[in-house]
Design a protein around this ligand. Structure first.
Ligand SMILES: *Cc1c(COP(=O)(O)O)cnc(C)c1O
Length: 435
């Protein structure tokens, strides 16, 4: 088969996500035949360095031998079983391990990130209702936040491109100022700005705590906002303010969990424990759809009762899928066996050093970095910059998908120094052509 054979068939048969299908008339789809490590190969053996971990999910490379072996073993044992009334070893083991890692527990499973958001929102509301506080029905989130695109998750998302069209379908939620330091005043430190935004959160809750069930945040990095990064002080403040006003804090660690920000979970850097933690994306190493919401004993106990209707009434067909849980267990094994968090520190230092020419580039603004995420804004007058950049990057063997003028790297953790050099070199070449 040749690349060409796939393009028209895919355009006719597949409705691709997050895309205007008409653009594929001029921006060809990239058919992928196989993957290995950070590399994706098309049907003519052209290769692309997956510098965005296939939408932020892949941690240890494509076709990782250890994850492959675990899934193959599970496949011959048990592929899936109903989780209502039944249980199995991978889901128990994964729940126990996630609980040890997060300090939370009672893992509730979904299949994707948006469902994890829905679960956390519903659980928070239902907790208050079971606790005799039925007026807490509203949610708040940060400006420019992203929590998924189903109707409930989109209601707390604040990205115009995804939200505006569907606004008539959504429940009202309130956005409080984001501590993203790109919005700080001139001369104001990220920490001072975080404190100023926390004061705005407090002012909002002073007025509205009685009807507010929860604040949902992306800890440390607002991904879809264009990798907006902020000081951990905001999370410490938000935790204290939520406690004071009896409002839940939901940490959406779907993108930032599993080592992305330099610690296993981003909340660790603030030394806080949320009331709910949403996990997905990297949870299965980028292999299979899986999400989980962990919560506190206090929340769990409010549902524990003889009455069915006081229980948490929510389910997905593939809840706790055995293959996905096994992939997640293999992923956690790699974290332990290879001491990934420590190893990533050296790797991140190498990439940051190698990116010095980018940081010094006259068209590069706000070069920033948290853990294994790097981002900058590219000053340019190129029409449709992100699409143009994406296409030129492909010609330079790189898979990069800028968001607006924001170019970011979120590579798999197994990227080598040589591959990092290719990534930086290729990015500089594309920038030279476009800016
Ligand atoms: C990707 C993402 C989601 C949604 O996950 P899906 O699996 O795409 O539904 C929610 N929150 C954050 C922070 C994300 O990055």
């Amino acid at each position: 088969m040749k690349n060409q054979d796939f393009l028209q068939r895919s355009r006719d048969a597949v409705w691709h996500p997050c895309s205007q299908m008409k653009h594929f008339e001029t921006l060809p789809l990239v058919p992928i035949a196989r993957g290995k490590g950070v590399w994706l190969y098309d049907f003519e053996e052209r290769r692309y360095l997956d510098a965005i971990s296939s939408w932020w999910v892949n941690l240890f490379g494509h076709c990782n031998p250890r994850i492959n072996a675990a899934i193959k073993d599970q496949l011959d044992t048990l592929e899936h079983v109903i989780l209502a009334g039944f249980t199995h070893q991978p889901v128990i083991e994964l729940s126990e391990r996630l609980s040890r890692l997060t300090g939370l527990g009672h893992c509730f499973y979904g299949s994707d990130g948006a469902s994890a958001t829905e679960i956390a929102l519903k659980m928070s509301f239902h907790y208050w209702r079971n606790s005799g506080v039925p007026d807490k029905t509203r949610f708040i989130s940060l400006q420019n936040s992203y929590h998924g695109e189903t109707i409930g998750a989109l209601s707390v998302t604040d990205v115009a491109l995804f939200k505006d069209t569907y606004a008539p379908l959504l429940r009202q939620s309130t956005q409080v100022p984001t501590p993203d330091w790109r919005n700080a005043a001139a001369g104001e430190s990220a920490r001072d700005f975080a404190l100023r935004c926390a004061a705005a959160l407090r002012a909002h809750l002073e007025q509205h705590h009685a009807e507010t069930a929860a604040l949902i945040v992306e800890p440390l990095v607002q991904g879809a906002a264009g990798m907006g990064m902020y000081d951990a002080e905001y999370l410490r403040q938000a935790r204290a303010i939520c406690n004071e006003f009896k409002v839940h804090l939901i940490a959406d660690e779907i993108a930032v969990g599993f080592g992305r920000t330099g610690t296993m979970f981003a909340c660790e850097q603030a030394g806080i424990r949320p009331d709910f933690m949403c996990l997905s994306k990297g949870i299965s190493g980028g292999y299979l759809p899986l999400s989980a919401v962990l919560t506190t004993n206090e929340v769990f106990q409010a549902f524990y009762h003889d009455e069915t209707a006081r229980g948490f009434l929510h389910s997905h067909s593939y809840t706790g899928n055995a293959l996905a849980c096994r992939a997640a267990l293999a992923t956690l094994d790699i974290f332990e066996q290879d001491q990934v968090i420590a190893a990533n520190r050296a790797k991140a230092a190498y990439l940051t050093q190698a990116a010095q020419p980018l940081r010094d580039h006259p068209k590069v603004k706000n070069f920033r970095h948290t853990g294994m995420i790097w981002a900058f804004e590219a000053e340019n007058d190129t029409p449709h910059f992100s699409r143009a950049f994406y296409q030129l990057a492909l010609e330079n063997e790189l898979l990069l998908r800028p968001m607006g003028n924001t170019v970011y790297f979120m590579p798999p953790y197994i990227i080598s120094e040589e591959e990092i050099d290719l990534l930086i070199g290729g990015t500089l070449k594309v920038l030279e052509q476009l800016c």
